[in-house]
Design a protein around this ligand. Structure first.
Ligand code: KIV
Length: 277
């Protein structure tokens, strides 16, 4: 399908996600970092595309999400938005605010959220954290920029946590998380990612707030699910936690294709006559 022929569909909005929760319709979200993948995701009907700061890991090869910069996020975001626009334009596109682009002050966070919104035609930003970022979420949403929250295992705090283990198993952390979810809702967040927390707790959070929850390793009671595209396509072979369902083994597919290509070039069978001018 080319840019001209793709049939445009109603764009997924914050209101639509709210209605989906009310109607018990599950929300599908996946990450994307480039134009080609975004086109496929939009064509396949995914509701929300997250330009995750996981680009720092799976695209750039860093160990954590911390190194990625705001300009690098904007570069990825532009490519993804162009991909969605080239297809049905249906998927909502949410951009992660990278580490240290919103933590210093609400003013700085607002400036950076505004930069992200102005330099893309994206729909919303995502910010990690609870209590400490509530004022920032309020400041950003007050000017009309939709904010998705993110609680539980928040990867930008990995050095504080010291491991990628399940969060909020202890009562105190679970209570804090429940409280943070309500605070973020009150501050104006339109949805919440819940990462790697017990399924019972995620179900309790989901029932206690009116905004949709999107789980990753948080069980089936969340209003939606998100996965990192490289993980679900089997592109990252070394990372296989139990919450990732692999829908393809693209590492193997690409390896086989590239090996055959190398053999053909070495053996002089590519290009053939019908592949030449
Ligand atoms: O950056 C990311 O990919 C994310 C998802 C794991 C939710 O934040």
């Amino acid at each position: 399908m080319n840019k001209q022929s793709a049939q445009k569909l109603p764009h997924v909005t914050t209101r639509r996600l709210h209605d989906m929760k009310s109607e018990g319709e599950k929300i599908s979200m996946l990450t994307a970092y480039d134009y080609t993948t975004a086109r496929i995701l939009d064509r396949a009907g995914v509701d929300v595309i997250l330009v995750g700061d996981s680009a720092s890991n799976v695209f750039a090869g860093h160990n954590t999400t911390l190194p990625i910069t705001i300009d690098q996020m904007i570069y990825h975001a532009r490519a993804v938005v162009r991909g969605v626009q080239a297809e049905t334009s249906r998927a909502m596109v949410v951009i992660d605010m990278p580490f240290m682009s919103y933590q210093l002050s609400s003013e700085e966070a607002l400036r950076n959220a505004g930069k992200i919104m102005k330099e893309n035609e994206c729909d919303a930003v995502k910010i990690e954290g609870g209590n400490v970022i509530v004022d920032t979420v309020k400041r950003i949403t007050d000017v009309g920029i939709p904010v998705m929250g993110h609680l539980g295992l928040i990867p930008q705090s990995i050095y504080k946590f010291g491991s990628y283990k399940v969060r909020a198993r202890e009562e105190q952390e679970a209570e804090e998380l429940l409280r943070d979810a309500k605070l973020l809702e009150e501050a104006g967040a339109f949805a919440l990612v819940l990462e790697k927390i017990p399924a019972d707790l995620a179900a309790e959070v989901t029932a206690s707030i009116s905004i949709p929850t999107i789980g990753i390793g948080a069980g089936g009671a969340c209003d939606g699910q998100v996965l990192v595209i490289n993980d679900m396509l089997g592109l990252s072979t070394e990372f296989h936690p139990r919450f990732v369902r692999r829908y393809a083994e693209l590492d193997r597919v690409i390896f086989d294709a590239v090996s055959r290509y190398v053999d053909d070039v070495r053996g002089g069978t590519f290009p053939g006559e019908d592949e030449s001018y």
